[in-house]
Design a binder for this molecule. Structure first.
Ligand code: HMG
Ligand code: MG
Length: 302
């Protein structure tokens, strides 16, 4: 069995990670984090989200962050836009890609964005059309694809249904997201296979939260299917290490260490990535969650 030779890592730390931080993080820290990630070789960075600041106050400086970053040719900068209001606010900031998100679980859709799955798709349809009109690619995140905090098990049939809905409105890329980190390798493969029935390999990615410590195994399981794009969060940002049960995305450093060991190219420099991890962790006043960053920083200190 051969694994992909090359993998693209999308660092979602500035968005998915920092959105959960209760303490203020300055625009300057956010922009510097993006700069350090691109210095480390990341070619795709999810910078911020254009969502309601009442729901997610940490992302209220979205336009300021977009204005503060110095862009590097060849790097794709994406932002989350849940509705037309978000897209209209995002367009002047010139993102390369926007992200819309729907849930595989009806209950989660209601609790998270206050509407049914069908309503959320109807809300995204004009967002997708307007983004395409502006020449912007659209990524669709499929939340709770491996389990839901309210419904429990989510079947591959449920995943496929929403993948098809996303496809029907013209979403270009599907990110299969394990929002609560309960997926295990064979179940992840079953969900991915449903996405791959409707999208080519190059337009399917995995987004794994590491709540139950399964994310690296799940990424390996995806590699076995040929999937070669994964979201990850520098330092393992996200959730709160002091809040019971809440954790972030799999750490970019941890994924990179595994990929390096497998001889899979990413174009990312692990030492520079650890610098970015140390930088944002020190701004937040706590050590990185990433095991690899902790190990390499301890080695440096020694
Ligand atoms: P809505 O339908 O307008 O309803 O927004 P609302 O009652 O929630 O709106 C509240 C207020 O927000 C209103 O203002 C709106 O105008 C305003 P008010 O009239 O009270 O002054 N508003 C906005 N403001 C700025 N930008 C906007 C926007 N939209 C509305 N775009 C909506 C529904 C879903 C947009 C809203 O509830 C919201 O923004 N929720 C936040 C959702 C969110 O950011 N979730 C986290 C990101 S998703 C994620 O992390 C999962 C992912 O990582 C994959 C995975 O792991 O599963 C992607
Ligand atoms: Mg997420």
């Amino acid at each position: 069995m051969s694994l992909p030779n090359r993998v693209t890592l999308v660092d979602v730390g500035p968005r998915d990670g920092l959105q959960n931080e209760k303490q203020p993080v300055s625009t300057e820290h956010k922009a510097t984090l993006v700069h350090m990630l691109q210095d480390a070789g990341l070619k795709e960075i999810e910078v911020t989200s254009f969502v309601s600041p009442k729901w997610v106050p940490q992302m209220a400086d979205n336009a300021e962050v977009m204005a503060a970053i110095t862009r590097r040719p060849g790097v794709r900068y994406s932002v989350l836009t849940p509705n037309m209001k978000g897209l209209e606010a995002a367009l002047p900031t010139k993102p390369d890609e926007i992200v819309v998100f729907a849930a595989a679980s009806e209950a989660f859709s209601q609790k998270n964005i206050n509407c049914s799955i069908a309503e959320s798709i109807a809300r995204f349809a004009p967002v997708v059309a307007a983004a395409h009109e502006a020449g912007i690619k659209v990524r669709g995140a499929l939340s709770c694809a491996l389990g839901c905090p309210y419904e429990g098990e989510i079947s591959a049939d449920q995943v496929e249904r929403v993948v098809q809905l996303m496809k029907s409105i013209g979403v270009d890329h599907i990110g299969v997201a394990d929002t609560i980190g309960v997926g295990t390798p064979r179940k992840v493969q079953a969900a991915m296979e449903r996405a791959l029935k409707h999208y080519p390999l190059v337009e399917v990615s995995g987004h794994f939260h590491d709540t139950y410590g399964q994310a690296l195994s799940n990424i390996y399981a995806c590699l076995e299917l040929g999937v070669h794009t994964f979201d990850a969060s520098v330092a393992g940002l996200g959730g709160c290490p002091y809040a019971k049960g809440a954790t972030g995305n799999v750490a970019t450093e941890d994924v990179l260490f595994m990929l390096n060991g497998l001889g899979i190219e990413t174009g990312i420099d692990i030492d520079k990535l650890v610098d970015a991890s140390a930088y944002i962790s020190s701004a937040l006043g706590r050590p990185p969650v990433a095991r690899v960053a902790r190990a390499l920083l301890a080695k440096r200190a020694g």
